[in-house]
Design a protein around this ligand. Sequence first.
Ligand code: GDP
Ligand code: MG
Length: 176
Amino acid sequence: SDEVEQFDYLFKIVLIGDAGVGKTCIVQRFKSGLFMEQYGSTIGVDFTMKTIVIDDKKIKLQIWDTAGQERFKTITQSYYRSAHAVLLVYDITKEKSFENIEKWLEDVRKYTGNNVLKVLIGNKCDLEQARRISTEKAKLFSEKYNMFSMIEVSAKDCCNINESFINLTKELVSLH
Ligand code: GDP
Ligand code: MG
């Protein structure tokens, strides 16, 4: 159909965090409801579009995933441009990925506006037995850095994935 798509809001959401924390799996899970163990680099699209409806408002989400650049620490300014929200993702079983959130926050400070919404996401909560970062520690960290929220998710088990995007979108609607 060549019908022009109508929507009430358009928000740009960007995902950052170390390579391997599960950013691509989170986006794909939200987009299609599927989980694949491995996404080839050819999947490395710049962004995914998903339209959701909340309270009769049609909201278009433009979700940016890094296409693997984070492996080389070369995420550029243009990736962050005009972002409404930033999802900072770590792996609850990898201490380093949590420590590096501070480094990712430096990028956020440099490249985004003051009122960008920040959400801390602890992925792989299906691996409870291998957990290295407590929920409490992450919660305190998110408060220290004035984040909108902290949530633990599992792209594998589909735990809290939709909730993360919906809560964030509701907040964006209330702010715009
Ligand atoms: P990215 O580099 O941040 O985009 O990470 P990927 O989405 O490519 O995922 C990296 C690896 O973590 C892959 O082997 C995934 O199968 C795995 N993975 C992603 N999400 C989960 C999860 O929720 N639980 C578990 N157990 N593994 C996950
Ligand atoms: Mg990826």
